[in-house]
Design a protein around this ligand. Structure first.
Ligand SMILES: [Zn+2]
Length: 495
């Protein structure tokens, strides 16, 4: 947990407290809204969350001692003791001071959010727009490609298109300036934003003014790259303030751009204003182009080769079980079932092979597949009690032009697994930051089949009957989704 990050959260909560007094605050854990019978509240500029709702969601047991007004939380063999009105809590009998004492509100014991984050070692963010507390715990980080969920380039535009200079503004919520260089052989200003996501698809835009030929931007595994290709060697300066990274290119590039004199972009370079040639198709027209009789599914076994994914090590530090192997076993069986039942199915790998995340999504996109299903195993090393299965999807991309959206697919697969495998069902969770969910064109889901860090789940992972049940139920969820797609494509064609 980064101290600075916590400080920012606390400040953000402090600053927004007055405006929030009457609004209910929502609570999300890993993207799933937690239904609290008492909503999180602001008390003395601290956000208090219902103890039981949060710790329940983390798989901890919560006991309430009414006589002593104490809550005991048991989790991972450790114990947390909170006393109403007391600013000291005990974590494994060790005193920990709280910035605000637990309080009873509407019969519920409420505890400061900061304590939750520190006790559980998870990230807590405040989202002003939706008045939400977003808690992210560290489950299987693989598949995310990079931890870029927090740092995003949300806009790139040509803010000034003058005879003496071009000014580009890159809207970016990070704190670190990009690594910037000028490649003289190609006349390119190259800016690499580390651990950053583009909020839009890779693209290039022709600028063609006195100084600049085009602007390109692309997502790489660990960084987002923005390239300004100049017409020849150009002087340029950069500055970074208020979330805008500004690049001045051209002979007057040292001039100051005054915000009090805003310039209407003559030729805005925004992803909302693509200058791509060709025919734009409506979603319905797109649906009609799909072949309902030959819908293609790509099955992806997560990790592989040099990347084991999550692992379970025994007491001697020896790896006993690696995620990549379980993923491959299940994925291969899903593939075999679908193939034998006449489905047009492809795989990203069917051996112990490493693929870059971009290679994985390129495979699915190059097949022009209709559905992408990635198989993973979760892990929470410091919380061996946490168990269960969940299905991730990108809630920010719920188009249904393929005849179904990712969320519906996630629901189908989640229900099938829950009915077939004796494992806790953690439900479906939106994880728009995951590379394989945001870089696939088609509906896509990522199944976290179990927690490798949990002993019961490991027993399931190594049980042949259970592995077959996973494969059968995932195949059934896929077939069910393909049937929905098929019907909707036929419907679109008949309209
Ligand atoms: Zn994984």
């Amino acid at each position: 947990m980064k101290k600075l990050f916590l400080f920012i959260i606390t400040s953000a909560l402090f600053l927004t407290s007055t405006a929030l007094a009457q609004d209910d605050i929502s609570l999300y854990i890993n993207g799933s809204k937690i239904n609290c019978d008492v909503a999180p509240q602001l008390v003395n500029d601290r956000t208090l969350c219902p103890t039981r709702a949060i710790f329940d969601a983390f798989g901890a047991s919560v006991e309430w001692d009414g006589a002593n007004k104490q809550v005991t939380v048991k989790k991972d063999g450790s114990e947390i003791l909170l006393t109403v009105g007391a600013k000291t809590a005990y974590v494994n009998s060790k005193a920990v001071s709280l910035d605000c004492a637990p309080t009873i509100i509407s019969d519920r014991c409420m505890v400061p959010i900061r304590f939750i984050s520190e006790a559980l070692g998870c990230e807590v963010k405040w989202e002003e727009k939706t008045k939400s507390v977003l808690i992210t715990y560290n489950n299987d980080s693989a598949g995310s490609g990079n931890n870029t969920e927090n740092t995003v380039i949300s806009d790139i535009k040509l803010a000034q298109n003058g005879d003496d200079k071009s000014v580009f503004e890159i809207k970016y919520n990070g704190t670190k300036e990009p690594n910037t260089s000028f490649l003289s052989y190609s006349n390119c200003i190259v800016m690499d934003f580390e651990n950053t996501s583009l909020a839009f698809a890779d693209s290039k835009v022709t600028v063609d003014n006195s100084f600049v030929k085009e602007v390109r931007y692309a997502q790489h595994e660990d960084y987002a790259r923005v390239v300004i290709e100049c017409k020849n060697v150009q002087p340029y300066t950069t500055s970074f303030a208020n979330g805008i990274f500004t690049v001045n290119v051209g002979s007057a590039s040292t001039a100051v751009v005054t915000p009090s004199n805003p310039v209407t972009p003559a030729n805005p370079v925004t992803p909302d204003n693509p200058q791509e040639p060709g025919v734009t198709m409506t979603d319905k027209e797109f649906t009609k182009t799909r072949n309902e009789n030959n819908l293609c599914v790509v099955i992806d076994a997560g990790h592989g080769g040099k990347d084991p994914g999550a692992v379970y090590k025994n007491a001697n530090g020896v790896i006993e079980l690696a995620e990549k192997d379980v993923n491959l076993t299940i994925a291969n069986r899903v593939y075999d079932i679908l193939l034998s039942e006449g489905v047009n199915v492809k795989y990203t790998r069917n051996t112990d092979q490493f693929l870059e995340l971009k290679e994985i999504t390129d495979i699915a996109n190059n097949y022009d597949a209709d559905l992408f299903v990635s198989v993973h195993i979760n892990a929470m090393e410091n919380s061996p009690d946490v168990s269960g299965m969940m299905v991730l999807y990108n809630g920010d991309a719920l188009g249904d032009k393929y005849g179904i959206n990712s969320k519906e697919v996630a629901v189908n697969i989640d229900k099938q697994i829950a009915a077939a495998v004796n494992i806790k069902d953690r439900g479906i969770v939106s994880r728009p930051g995951l590379w394989v969910l945001r870089k696939t064109n088609m509906p896509a889901v990522l199944i976290e089949c179990a927690f490798i860090s949990n002993a019961n789940d490991r027993a399931i992972m190594t049980d042949e009957t259970a592995l077959n049940a996973y494969a059968r139920s995932i195949a059934d969820g896929i077939k069910q989704s393909l049937e929905t797609m098929k019907q909707n494509i036929i419907k679109a064609k008949n309209e």
